[in-house]
Design a binder for this molecule. Structure first.
Ligand SMILES: Cc1cc2nc3c(=O)[nH]c(=O)nc-3n(C[C@H](O)[C@H](O)[C@H](O)COP(=O)(O)OP(=O)(O)OC[C@H]3O[C@@H](n4cnc5c(N)ncnc54)[C@H](O)[C@@H]3O)c2cc1C
Length: 427
């Protein structure tokens, strides 16, 4: 049914754009996280961006304060999960977007920090929950020789015939009641340089073999305390963007953890890994919606200040078109991010290639918005005195982070092939 208005007014627009009315509780959470993003994440992210990677993780670095400040918000993911499903999705989206609007590097760091405790809780191990609570966590899945290959599930369609899969550089072997871990993860593990506990997805040897019958590597998912003997860390990664997010290698030299620290062994591995990756992908989409919005808002403000052609930039039709195009893309990011989150949380059978596809759309749109924002700033956009160049660098990493975008898009095509073979889209 049409909604009838008797007067033409401006549309209702809030922090998250053209948002249908939020419940009181939702609006309060959004306002609280926005305050945190504005007062804590933005200034801290800008400060850490200018520090060396070593200084960011040094004892006494302002980086560590973010966890206590975030905890003050009292956002409990388990309490949120108890809310009606649509509301839980909306609130999770609102939170992720505000965090990304504040600083994407810190937004990723905060969520990854809680990854191990979330997994511990979902598998129902109080011992692991106690072990992970209050610690900085990381999600350790990629390795020096195994980047995009961690996403290979369908050996028949995706791998060279007759060849074994990519075993990577970290593996575990069960010995009695223990798992013995050796190798090293990639330098890109978010929080790797500061993490106290890892949710590790590593290759595994079962019955003397590292491979399933079709050549797919066996795996295990294990919670690994990073203060155990045999664990060491590499240098923190010095990188282009998201510099507030400490990344770095972790090495394992005959590290022994109790077998009960495994959260998925053998046949449960790929399902568990797919769930963790879907979780990561949905968060990426919310965060980079926030980045797109931040780029748009900076540009909108600047266009009201800068004069060229005898008037403010905003008064030119060309500028309005460019801003309109950016705003349209921000709304697109938000819609895609929310739909993928709802699918991941509510569908009985989800898949990480689906959530990853949303991450591709959102990060590519965010990149376009931030790029255009920089263009609207003109020469000053390239200066470190203005916030745009940092957003540009932050967004650029997201095209590779949590899966490289071309490969993820190729895998969405693979998914279409797999579904078609099962009868989908044939009517
Ligand atoms: C900011 C950031 C945060 C990250 N956080 C984490 C984290 O928390 N935990 C973690 O474990 N990892 C993390 N990563 C690692 C990230 O997941 C990988 O960088 C990503 O999956 C790509 O792997 P790669 O870098 O090894 O590139 P590669 O896989 O080596 O890809 C290199 C190039 O080869 C192409 N390519 C790859 N495979 C194929 C193929 N089959 N066919 C055709 N072309 C192909 C790609 O398109 C790409 O252009 C992070 C990375 C970044 C940048």
């Amino acid at each position: 049914m049409m909604t009838l208005k008797t007067e033409l007014t401006l549309p209702a627009a809030g922090l998250s754009g053209f948002e249908p009315p939020l419940a009181e509780e939702e609006a309060a959470i959004q306002a609280g996280v926005h305050r945190f993003a504005r007062e804590v994440l933005r200034p801290l992210g800008a400060e850490l961006d200018r520090m060396t990677a070593a200084a960011v993780i040094a004892p006494g670095s302002p980086y560590y304060g973010v966890f206590a400040e975030f905890a003050k918000l009292g956002l409990d993911p388990f309490a949120l999960a108890e809310l009606p499903p649509d509301m839980a999705v909306r609130i999770e989206s609102l939170i992720g977007e505000e965090l990304g609007w504040g600083d994407s590097g810190l937004a990723v760091s905060l969520v990854v920090a809680g990854f191990p405790v979330q997994m511990a809780s979902i598998v129902g191990s109080q011992e692991l929950v106690d072990l992970c609570t209050g610690k900085i966590g990381c999600w350790m899945i990629t390795q020096p020789d195994k980047g995009s290959d961690v996403q290979v599930f369908d050996m028949a369609r995706e791998w060279a015939p007759g060849q074994q899969g990519n075993k990577g550089n970290v593996w575990g072997r069960i010995q009695g009641d223990e798992i013995v871990i050796n190798g090293q993860c990639s330098a890109w593990v978010s929080n790797g340089a500061v993490a106290q506990v890892a949710l590790g997805y590593i290759s595994a040897e079962y019955d003397g073999s590292f491979f399933e019958k079709d050549g797919r590597p066996h795996g295990m998912s294990v919670i690994i305390p990073l203060d155990f003997p045999g664990v060491s860390k590499g240098k923190p990664l010095d990188k282009l963007g998201q510099r507030a997010l400490p990344q770095g290698e972790i090495y394992f030299d005959n590290v022994r953890v109790p077998k009960r620290f495994a959260v998925a062994l053998r046949h449960e591995y790929y399902g568990n890994m797919a769930s963790a990756w879907s979780f990561a992908g949905t968060h990426m989409s919310q965060v980079f919606t926030g980045v797109a919005r931040a780029g748009f808002e900076h540009a909108l403000k600047y266009c009201h200040e800068r004069k060229q052609g005898g008037t403010r930039l905003i008064d030119h039709q060309l500028t309005r078109h460019r801003l309109g195009d950016m705003l349209r893309r921000v709304e697109l990011c938000r819609s895609v991010a929310r739909r993928s989150l709802a699918y991941a949380r509510q569908s009985p059978a989800t898949h990480p290639y689906v959530t990853a596809a949303a991450k591709v759309t959102v990060t590519q749109e965010a990149m376009k918005v931030v790029d255009e924002a920089l263009q609207l700033f003109g020469g000053v956009g390239t200066s470190r005195e203005y916030p745009i160049e940092k957003l540009y660098r932050d967004a650029r990493l997201a095209l590779i982070e949590d899966g490289e975008n071309y490969v993820l898009t190729m895998r969405l095509g693979l998914l279409a092939q797999q579904l078609y073979a099962e009868g989908w889209a044939q009517d």
